[in-house]
Ligand binder design. Structure first.
Ligand code: VAH
Length: 320
């Protein structure tokens, strides 16, 4: 356990970063926290630096200037955007990881969190229960980069003892920040439409069932794994973590239990093929056994809180 955490979150203004910054302050109130993103935006009471995660020199400058010992590397192009810009997706997702792993290898930082995703699985992975170790033949650049990244994390740990930790996020649903470029992002957009009383056209088919998670659970898993004693971690690939799975029609029905007039229609696009390549359920028994992972939110809880929080924002948007 690091006594004084001096933390750099790269991608602090993204869908996960936005929530993670506040959660870090709550979990480690004495830590020193720096947020970094490509886009200039100051959204909290922490040091902010504008940073291109692909530039090793810039990264090392920030790590040295603020004596950072812990890095959360969240910058990435997600599955849908990555298919539109495959070279950039590979460059960003991999170069940023190599820079951070090398800084850890060379002793500049002590601990790294790097997110993976259920996107590492592919159409040959058993759909109804993707095991921790199973066939991974991803069909997206994003998934390829995440699986390759996991293997590099494992290599840097075995070769140099780098303390890098990772989880495979399912689709994440939160109310504080809009997502960007994900195949699962319909599950966030749908709530914004529902609270505005508008109908929603879904870019996936009604039965496209995927593993999903409420953002508070994902953020808690991200922080909890960082405090686990190293000897309890049986892998340095990314851990499967799960909560619940649903299809667009199941999510719409759950929303309609609160908003009976809500209407959904379906217009599957290229993202449907991506969704079909992913499993519907993941087996997270290793994370539960190794470090006590346990989701706290079920589908109904998530729907209720999402609607409540977004309606509150509608009433007083200034609260952010
Ligand atoms: C995406 N939200 O859709 C991401 C996620 C499970 C997929 O990694 O690309």
């Amino acid at each position: 356990m690091l006594n004084e955490r001096r933390i750099l979150v790269i991608g602090s203004e993204g869908q996960i970063g936005t929530e993670l910054m506040w959660a870090i302050g709550n979990r480690w109130p004495d830590c020193f926290l720096v947020g970094a993103d490509l886009k200039q935006k100051q959204s909290g009471a922490w040091v902010f630096v504008q940073l291109d995660a692909m530039r090793a020199g810039e990264l090392l400058e920030v790590v040295s200037e603020y004596r950072i010992n812990t890095v959360f590397l969240l910058a990435a192009l997600l599955s849908a955007t990555g298919e539109q810009a495959p070279d950039l997706a590979w460059e960003l997702n991999m170069q940023s990881l190599f820079h951070v792993l090398k800084m850890a290898r060379d002793g500049y930082i002590r601990q790294v969190f790097w997110p993976s995703s259920i996107a590492v699985f592919g159409p040959t992975t058993p759909r109804d229960n993707a095991a921790q170790s199973t066939v991974c033949e991803p069909r997206t650049v994003y998934g390829i980069s995440k699986y390759a990244g996991e293997l590099w994390c494992q290599w840097y740990h075995q070769k140099f003892g780098v303390d890098v930790r990772s989880v495979r996020y399912p689709g994440l649903i939160g109310y504080n920040a809009l997502p960007g470029g994900g195949t699962t992002d319909y599950a966030v957009d749908i709530f914004h439409k529902a609270v505005r009383g508008e109908s929603f056209t879904c870019f996936l088919a009604p039965d496209a069932r995927l593993p999903m998670m409420f953002m508070p659970d994902a953020v808690r898993a991200t922080l909890e794994i960082m405090d686990v004693p190293a000897e309890r971690l049986s892998t340095r690939m990314a851990y499967n973590i799960g909560a619940f799975s649903f299809s667009p029609q199941e999510l719409a029905a759950a929303i309609q239990r609160h908003k009976p007039d809500f209407q959904i229609s379906y217009a599957p696009d290229y993202r449907q093929k991506i969704a079909e390549s992913w499993p519907a359920v993941v087996d997270d028994s290793l994370a539960r056994a190794d470090w006590g992972w346990q989701p706290e939110y079920e589908l109904e809880d998530m729907v209720r809180v999402m609607l409540w929080e977004l309606e509150k924002k509608q009433v007083s948007p200034s609260e952010g």
